[in-house]
Ligand binder design. Structure first.
Ligand SMILES: Nc1nc2c(ncn2[C@@H]2O[C@H](COP(=O)(O)OP(=O)(O)OP(=O)(O)O)[C@@H](O)[C@H]2O)c(=O)[nH]1
Ligand SMILES: [Mg+2]
Length: 393
């Protein structure tokens, strides 16, 4: 039997996209908002990889909800859908990390804060109710303070505590013109952990998703809700092979080994199809050929992995690929970081945090690691062959 996955949602964005994910899973497995199965077919799926089951047969997400401010989690729990979650797996504190990675990281790391211990104890409680943990899935944004900073600390702790388990992330990359002015600092510091720790990172690029929603779904001004609905489809698509018992996918390892055989080239980009306006006159059927129509830049032989879920009667698919074009996304973030760091813009807010008490060297170290990753993605064949050029002996 496939092992179980514990989903850890951190910060506003991590919780919002996590909620979309769970809503999608409930639809796909015919689970009602109260957690009870609505048809018999739920028994045929590997639902228990993502849900535990109470004595009264209610399905409960194997989810831990974490935020340093209560607003987003409270609104989740107060919504009709909130009944789905286990209240004992929720951590929220009084005030957020103020868009500061080091403040978010400090919430876990500072000895005088009990937050870190409480969070680890909640995760451990969820681990204990599983017979067989396969791994962890962390959803967060790399641009704010909590999802990026506290999310980084949680990733480090997952390795310390459960080092032999698989770790994957769903990481939201910000718009270049985001409202978070220090996002390049937050993103670079988080990217260092995403390079070092997970076996697979699914890159959720807000800007690219918005552009596609405008161009292909004809949504004039996409809202976060529109973006999150697409992200929910991607997250569900990536996890579908495990949930629907695809052959050869017993563990997250089977997925990451196919898509990310060479570390740290483990950043996956996704396409979803069909991305059509919600209108019956548009085609709603998806085959690999249709998928190519929606993503014409991707050569057919590059398709590693296409999923669709049974209830959709093959009408929806997610394409996951590990592509050298990721270099451009990283380069844009590094350029923004270098411009800000050169002028030490807004750096005081970081310097005063405990993590930087010995100076800003960790910031430079993280930056250099991202630069190395850019070089690797820019020329993956040389990187994968251990740095040898083709014409070398
Ligand atoms: N796709 C998506 N992105 C979001 C959402 N909410 C926030 N973001 C993005 O996430 C980044 C900000 O991160 P947040 O998740 O709001 O911050 P946080 O982790 O809660 O950290 P603090 O509030 O600073 O403590 C910005 O780039 C936003 O555009 C959401 O619901 N969906
Ligand atoms: Mg927040």
């Amino acid at each position: 039997m496939p092992g179980d996955i514990i989903s850890i949602q951190v910060g506003q964005c991590g919780n919002e996209i996590g909620n979309e994910f769970w809503k999608r899973l409930c639809t796909e497995h015919c689970i009602g908002m109260d957690g009870y199965g609505t048809t018999e077919r739920v028994k045929d799926d590997n639902v228990l990889t993502y849900f535990s089951q109470a004595d009264d047969c209610r399905f409960i997400p194997r989810a831990v909800l974490i935020d340093l401010e209560p607003r987003v989690i409270n609104s989740t729990l107060n919504a009709e859908f909130g009944k789905l979650f286990n209240l004992e797996r929720v951590f929220s504190a009084g005030s957020g990390a103020g868009n500061n990675w080091a403040s978010g990281y400090g919430a876990g790391f500072n000895r005088d804060s009990e937050h870190g211990e409480q969070i680890l104890s909640i995760i451990q409680s969820e681990v204990e109710i599983s017979d067989k943990i396969d791994g962890f899935s962390v959803s967060h944004s790399i641009a704010g303070g909590t999802g990026s900073g506290l999310g980084s600390w949680i990733l480090e702790k997952l390795v310390d505590e459960y080092g032999h388990k698989q770790i994957q992330t769903f990481s939201v990359f910000p718009n270049s013109g985001s409202d978070v002015v220090v996002q390049p600092y937050n993103a670079i510091l988080t990217l260092q952990r995403l390079i070092e720790i997970p076996q697979m990172v699914t890159v959720l690029d807000n800007e690219a998703i918005e552009k596609n929603a405008m161009a292909k779904m004809h949504i004039k001004d996409p809202s976060m809700k529109d973006v999150n609905a697409i992200i929910g489809r991607i997250m569900a698509g990536i996890t579908a092979p495990k949930r629907f018992g695809a052959p050869n996918v017993v563990s997250l390892f089977n997925i990451s080994a196919q898509l990310c055989p060479v570390s740290p080239l483990h950043f996956i980009q996704c396409g979803v199809a069909p991305m059509t306006p919600v209108d019956p006159k548009y085609i709603q059927t998806t085959t690999p050929t249709h998928l190519m129509k929606f993503s014409p830049l991707i050569p057919f032989f590059d398709i590693q992995y296409i999923t669709s879920f049974p209830q959709a009667k093959n009408r929806s698919a997610v394409l996951a690929l590990n592509h050298s074009s990721f270099e451009k996304t990283l380069s844009a973030i590094l350029h923004q970081f270098d411009t800000m760091y050169r002028n030490k813009a807004y750096i005081k807010n970081f310097e005063k945090e405990d993590y930087f008490m010995d100076g800003l060297e960790p910031m430079v170290e993280a930056r250099n690691m991202v630069e190395d990753l850019i070089k690797a993605y820019a020329d993956p064949w040389t990187f994968c062959s251990g740095g040898r050029q083709e014409n070398e002996e």
